[in-house]
Design a protein around this ligand. Structure first.
Ligand code: ADP
Ligand code: ASP
Ligand code: MG
Length: 474
């Protein structure tokens, strides 16, 4: 039997009628060799528009809603008209678009009325873009003579109830995927599943976090036992650094799950941080390819990666993070200071990106997304209230305007001097390193620097490790 491949197309790849037509051609040519399940993002910009609309409605404003809905309708209907020739078919899909928009408008009207935006409503609103794009992509595939239907992921991907960052329940998802998708696949129909969204076992819509369509693709790949997952995006593959920050970044032909996961975790937007989790244990390869240049082979992510002995392979950076410090001379004797700090962070589900402790133990510091800063500082001040009162703990402080820069590669332990070269290169550039962490796996060395020196740091390290040459320096 032909192999099964899950293909995900990102927002830019479905950003206009022309792009969607290109996607349909990619699917058509792949369908000649394998059975295909498609996962789609919202058309580019739509998720941002919906989220901004939800926050605006929460202030009680609603006059902007007709324009927002009109703009979204115009964008999707323009693509529909360019893509679908048959008028009956067009009317049917326009009806689907209007139904989704009417539902979104009701949710936003309700938000404005109550002046309250619950995480549950935010998820229902922000996932609307995928429900609008999936019927367009399915229609474009049908136009090429294949059979294709849009399938809402709320009927396939079952998640926990953690709105905004839901996690899949794999056993339930497997059952739903079998029931909803298998017969389509077996009949040669291409299902086009909405990325980014899922639903709880009770049917409440959730989202997997921003950029979550990548994760949707590997969740479905694992649930259906696909032989590979291809993430089609707007760059040639995983690069040695974010090409917007380091223009000379090169495409990496092969990379390991560990390395790619490390890059994704530390902010490389090309992959949602959890993307590799569902497929890595089964060893299913993931490809990153450019939907605008399908002739390029892209990057293959697998267990082995390049198996070239290791070394620095790529750099990444995260902005909009805050360094939180809990410190004071008295904390030396406090044996549970780490447990209590992380307990407080876990209770609010803050994503602790990096931890560092000075050897004198006078300070522990960690980095969290800036959006969690206020709540984190309050939680820590309350957790250490007695020690702050008696000055055992002197301060809980937060410093924004910092960035994490991470040097990523396999087996860096086996290659002496990586840390030394990292620090020397930054020293020569006059970059002030605020904190350092190195994972025991040695897949990364991560540094906290001032946000203003982030780009300079990336440029200096890219040069130091000769990543522009396309060969990982040893
Ligand atoms: P999509 O809409 O297809 O999901 P994204 O914008 O989410 O696309 O991700 C692709 C973008 O990720 C690229 O355009 C690039 O700017 C950015 N990016 C950041 N780091 C990297 C990296 N190391 N390799 C490739 N792209 C990266
Ligand atoms: N549309 C969603 C977002 O913008 C999911 C995705 O693009 O992967 O975050
Ligand atoms: Mg993305």
């Amino acid at each position: 039997m032909a192999s099964l491949c899950v293909m995900k197309f990102g927002g830019t790849s479905v950003g206009s009628a022309d792009c969607i037509r290109r996607v349909a051609v990619i699917v058509q040519s792949a369908a000649a060799q394998a059975r295909i399940v498609v996962v789609v993002s919202a058309m580019s910009g739509v998720t941002n528009q919906l989220i901004a609309g939800a926050h605006r409605a929460a202030t009680g404003e609603k006059d902007f809603l007709p324009k927002l809905m009109g703009d979204l309708r115009a964008k999707h209907v323009a693509a529909l008209e360019a893509l679908v020739g048959d008028s009956q078919n067009r009317e049917r899909i326009a009806g689907v678009i209007d139904d989704v928009l009417a539902e979104l408008e009701r949710l936003l009207q309700g938000t404005a009325l109550l002046c309250e935006l619950t995480p549950r409503v935010l998820d229902a609103v922000s996932g609307g873009g995928e429900r609008l794009s999936a019927p367009l992509v399915a229609a474009a595939i049908c136009e090429l003579g294949l059979r294709s239907v849009a399938v809402p992921a709320t009927e396939v991907i079952v998640t926990d109830g953690h709105h905004g960052r839901a996690e899949p329940l794999m056993a339930e998802t497997r059952e739903h995927a079998e029931a909803q998708l298998r017969h389509l696949i077996d009949d040669g129909v291409v299902p086009v599943v909405t990325g980014f969204i899922g639903a709880t076992a009770d049917g409440v819509p959730t989202t997997l976090g921003r950029g979550g369509s990548d994760y949707s693709a590997t969740i479905l790949g694992a649930a259906l036992g696909a032989q590979e997952t291809v993430i089609w995006t707007d760059v040639d593959g995983v690069k040695t650094a974010d090409p917007r920050l380091v223009p000379e970044a090169r495409t990496i032909p092969q990379i390991s799950y560990h390395e790619a996961a490390e890059l994704a975790y530390f902010g490389a937007k090309v992959l949602h941080p959890n993307t590799l989790r569902p497929v890595s244990s089964a060893g299913v390869p993931v490809w990153i390819r450019n939907s605008f240049k399908p002739e390029k082979v892209g990057t293959r992510i697998s267990a082995k990666g390049m198996s070239n002995g290791g070394g620095v392979k790529a750099l990444t950076a995260i902005r909009e993070v805050t360094l939180v410090t809990v410190g004071g001379p008295g904390i030396v004797g406090l044996t549970d200071v780490l447990a209590r700090s992380f307990g407080a962070m876990a209770a609010m589900r803050a994503n602790v990106l990096l931890v560092s402790q000075s050897s004198s133990q006078n300070d522990i510091c960690f980095v969290i997304p800036s959006t969690d800063e206020k709540e984190a500082v309050e939680a820590l001040r309350s957790a250490f209230a007695p020690e702050i009162a008696e000055q055992t703990v002197e301060h809980v402080s937060a410093r924004a305007e910092v960035a994490i820069v991470a040097v990523v590669g396999e087996n860096m332990r086996g290659i002496p001097g990586v840390a030394g070269r990292t620090f020397s290169a930054l020293g020569r550039e006059g970059v002030n390193i605020i904190a350092i962490a190195q994972g025991s796996s040695e897949y990364n060395i991560s540094l906290v620097v001032e946000a203003a020196s982030m780009q300079r740091s990336l440029a200096a390290l890219h040069k130091e490790f000769r990543l522009h040459e396309g060969v990982p320096a040893a």
